[in-house]
Design a protein around this ligand. Sequence first.
Ligand SMILES: Nc1ncnc2c1ncn2[C@@H]1O[C@H](COP(=O)(O)OP(=O)(O)OP(=O)(O)O)[C@@H](O)[C@H]1O
Length: 248
Amino acid sequence: MLGGGGVNGLRLRGVTIRYGAGPRVVSDVDLDLPDGAAVGVVGESGSGKSTLARSVVGMVPLAAGEITRDGRRLRAPGLRRVPDPGVQLVFQDPHGSLNPRMTVAATLTEAARQSGSPERPSLERVGLADGLLRRYPHELSGGQLQRVAIARALAAKPKLLILDEVTSALDVSVQALILNLLRDLRADLGIGYLVIAHDLPVVRYLCDKVAVMHRGECVEQGPCADVLRAPSHPHTRALLDALNEESP
Ligand SMILES: Nc1ncnc2c1ncn2[C@@H]1O[C@H](COP(=O)(O)OP(=O)(O)OP(=O)(O)O)[C@@H](O)[C@H]1O
C-alpha cells in the first residue's frame, strides 16, 4: 500500500512514540531522507534520538504517524512490522551487537543468508584484512568490531544505514578512521545515512542536513551549515553551548 505519495527515500510523518502507557518520548516528528542523503539527528540525552532511530527499523512501535520508504508504508500504529532490508541499523556498542560465539566469517555469512545475498560481504570493503575472518569478537579491537558491524549491515545492500552513536564508544583516533570509512562508503556506494550523534563535528563531517531534537520534538532542521552556524531555535543554541561548540 502506498502511504507516502510515491516519494523517493525515507519519510517520517507525525511520528509519535511512547513506551507502554508512559508519556510520549517522540512527538509528531516529520523528517525526509531522500535516497543518498545524510541527515544527522542531534539533541540532549533523553531527547528521543535513539527511540526515533529504532522506530524506523520497527524495534519500537508508533503511537501515531507513519514511516514510508519509496512510498511504501513500513511503520504505522497497528501495522505488523514490515521487513525492509533496505534500511539497516548499526549500534553504538559493537561488543553488544555481535554474537560473541560466532567468528567474523560466521557473522557475515549469516547476515548474507538472512538478506538473501549470494555472497558474504567483504572485509576489505571496510578496511580489514581477510585474516580476521576466523577471529571471535573478543579477539578484535573496538574499531575492528565496529568495521565488522558495518560490513554486516552492508550485507543486505541497504539504501540507508542508521548509525546510532557508532563512534561514541571508540577512542578518538579510531573515531576518525571510522568516520573516514563511512564517508568513503557513502561516496562509493551512494548509500544514505541517518546519523544519531551527540557530537556535532561527527554530524558536520558526515551529513548534509541536521535535525535537532528537544524533549521528543524536532525543534529545528535544515542544512548543517545553516543550523549549526546560525541556529534559529533557542534549544539549538543551548545545545551548541552545552557541547562547547567552537566556531568553524
Ligand atoms: N525501553 C525503554 N522503556 C521505557 N522508556 C525508555 C526506553 N528507552 C528509552 N526510554 C525513554 O525514552 C526517552 C528517550 O530516550 P532515547 O534513548 O530515545 O533518547 P536519546 O536522545 O537517544 O538519549 P541518549 O543520547 O542518552 O541515548 C527517555 O526519557 C528514556 O528514558
